[in-house]
Design a protein around this ligand. Structure first.
Ligand SMILES: Cc1cc2nc3c(=O)[nH]c(=O)nc-3n(C[C@H](O)[C@H](O)[C@H](O)COP(=O)(O)OP(=O)(O)OC[C@H]3O[C@@H](n4cnc5c(N)ncnc54)[C@H](O)[C@@H]3O)c2cc1C
Length: 385
């Protein structure tokens, strides 16, 4: 285990395990005491490479870290790893000056960055993106509306997917710093799970940024690459939440008696927990496999080109789909295990159930990803498994 993963495990045991469960009003922003402790321990943005001042933890370690945090608090986990989406795009495709300035600032502040792809009308059909940019002299001018962006309201910068106003086939990924004129984050969405996260819509009205803030390459291809890392982390959250569900079962069964015997000696209970453990292992294995694939590409001398050549990483998509489906099935079964108490908001199982649901929805719902796998990995015989 790397020193960062060890430090996160210590933070989770010493701090997160004793923190109150978040509610609908909780926002893990940079002023929240839990986030301040996490950042003060040097744990924020743990994946940023050392050349930008970061800890440079691998994705294999990131899987352990995301799972460990999600065991205690899925919303804190989602908040803490989602900046990997924007920061990795900047690291791989931003000009050297742009990447140094903003990634160093991110690390030294222990703060956040955000990504804006989703739009209400375009949905997952990114080629229908309606937010536009216009090149004028040495600046870019952005206009449009985005639907969802996590950590946006307190991010130091965000990366925005936009279409050229004079060419519907050209897409760019553009860095917009916090406070840029014409950029406004809307009110926080009230989510059913992932309590503590702050996800917002945004509006761009003649928002001007330097031309050098455009990343190199097609915005849609860059976003596809960016999603590889965050999809693996999202899958890893299921590992933590499934472990927590298992441990809740065992704690409940320690006191519960059925037919005069402890629940732990009931055959149906044993079968349910045996099944859970088996499925947990499959989710863990797939996350590990995806993280190994990812780290190999990230270590390449020209990682940006290596990722672009591969595009959507099959093992990352498989990890997210498998984790989302398996986690949801386990959480749903688990919600029956605690009787009526398990249907109350007091019980952690409801919190975990609603948080688990996002894995099959965010960063591409399963219908979208099935279509993607079919198009990229089934139609072409050379790419079949
Ligand atoms: C908590 C949370 C955090 C988020 N954070 C961010 C963020 O930081 N940045 C960001 O950009 N976005 C973010 N999002 C948006 C999220 O990634 C999208 O909502 C998600 O990818 C689904 O896309 P959509 O909402 O456009 O719905 P769509 O993909 O349009 O789906 C709507 C319906 O159309 C169906 N559908 C769509 N495509 C196909 C297809 N090819 N085949 C069959 N059926 C299809 C779907 O199955 C579904 O039934 C966040 C969302 C949530 C809930």
């Amino acid at each position: 285990m790397s020193s960062v993963a060890g430090e996160v495990a210590r933070f989770c045991g010493d701090v997160l395990a004793h923190a109150p469960r978040p509610d609908h009003d909780t926002v893990y922003d940079d002023r929240h005491p839990l986030w301040q402790k996490f950042a003060a321990a040097g744990l924020a943005n743990w994946w940023v490479p050392e050349r930008f001042g970061g800890a440079g933890a691998s994705t294999v370690d990131g899987v352990r870290i995301a799972a460990e945090i999600a065991y205690h608090d899925p919303g804190f986990a989602f908040t803490s790893f989602l900046p990997v989406l924007a920061s990795r795009m900047l690291e791989l495709y931003g000009g050297p000056g742009l990447a140094q300035e903003h990634l160093r600032g991110l690390v030294s502040s222990g703060g956040f960055c955000a990504a804006l792809g989703s739009e209400a009308v375009a949905g997952s059909e990114l080629t229908n993106t309606a937010t536009t940019f216009r090149r004028t002299g040495d600046v870019l001018v952005l206009n449009g509306e985005k639907a969802f962006s996590t950590n946006l309201a307190f991010a130091r910068f965000c990366l925005v997917l936009a279409r050229a106003d004079d060419d519907p086939r050209e897409f760019a990924m553009i860095l917009v710093p916090a406070g840029a004129e014409g950029f406004e984050a809307g009110p926080r969405w009230r989510m059913s799970g992932l309590l503590g996260t702050g996800t917002h819509p945004a509006t761009f009205t003649d928002c001007v940024v330097p031309a050098a803030n455009e990343l190199a390459g097609s915005g849609i291809r860059i976003l596809e690459v960016g999603l590889n890392a965050s999809r693996i982390m999202m899958a890893a959250m299921a590992v933590g939440m499934i472990r927590r569900l298992r441990d809740l079962h065992m704690a409940y069964a320690a006191d519960k008696r059925l037919g005069g015997r402890p629940l732990t000696r009931n055959a149906i209970f044993a079968a349910r927990l045996g099944q859970l453990e088996m499925e947990l292992e499959t989710v863990k294995s797939q996350c590990h496999r995806a993280a190994l694939d990812y780290d190999e590409l990230h270590r390449a001398p020209d990682a940006g080109a290596a990722f672009l050549a591969g595009g959507v990483l099959k093992s990352a998509v498989v990890a997210k789909m498998h984790a989302g489906q398996t986690g949801w099935r386990i959480a749903s079964t688990a919600s029956e295990s605690f009787g009526g108490l398990g249907y109350t908001e007091q019980h952690d199982v409801q919190w975990l159930l609603r948080s688990m649901r996002h894995i099959s929805i965010v960063e591409g719902g399963d219908d979208v990803l099935r279509d993607l796998i079919y198009g990229r990995y089934v139609k072409r015989p050379s790419r079949r498994g």
